[in-house]
Design a protein. Structure first.
Length: 150
């Protein structure tokens, strides 16, 4: 399957999710805070009292990565590399929290993909896997950096 076909499948997944769910933010954040309850306080602090606004921005970022991976992986890799490192070093948000926010967003959206749509499921799982790989690379860089200074 080529990139154009994968993009079309991802677009179909996201359009269906928008029709069925609408704003994925409440469902994604509820699931996310079940995985990382301590993150809620961090979002409150880092959002300067506007946690819900920050949550919306973070979900929007997750959707951007999911939506544009196949058409522009280099751009998404640069975005994630800078953002994951910044969040870790400056905001004390570990890569696992970052990765799980994308995963939780993807999980919520995946519930709208019919099981019979195997091509959509394959494309969705591929983008998830590749984004996870980018964040794992960031995690390795963080570990190397920390090892240098300890």
């Amino acid at each position: 399957m080529n990139t154009t076909e994968k993009n079309a499948l991802i677009e179909e997944v996201l359009m269906r999710a928008a029709e069925q769910i609408g704003d994925v933010t409440p469902a994604a954040m509820e699931a996310y805070y079940r995985r990382h309850p301590e993150a809620k306080d961090a979002f409150e602090v880092n959002g300067l009292g506007r946690r819900e606004q920050l949550e919306g921005m973070m979900i929007e970022n997750s959707l951007h990565c999911l939506m544009h991976w196949f058409e522009s992986p280099g751009e998404i890799e640069i975005l994630l590399s800078g953002s994951v490192l910044h969040h870790n070093d400056t905001l004390r948000v570990p890569p696992d929290w970052y990765s799980d926010l994308i995963e939780t967003t993807a999980d919520v959206i995946a519930t709208t993909i019919p099981a019979a749509n195997t091509a959509e499921l394959a494309a969705w799982n591929e983008v998830r896997s590749e984004l996870h790989g980018v964040i794992n690379n960031c995690r390795k860089l963080i570990s190397k950096h920390q090892a240098l200074y300890t």
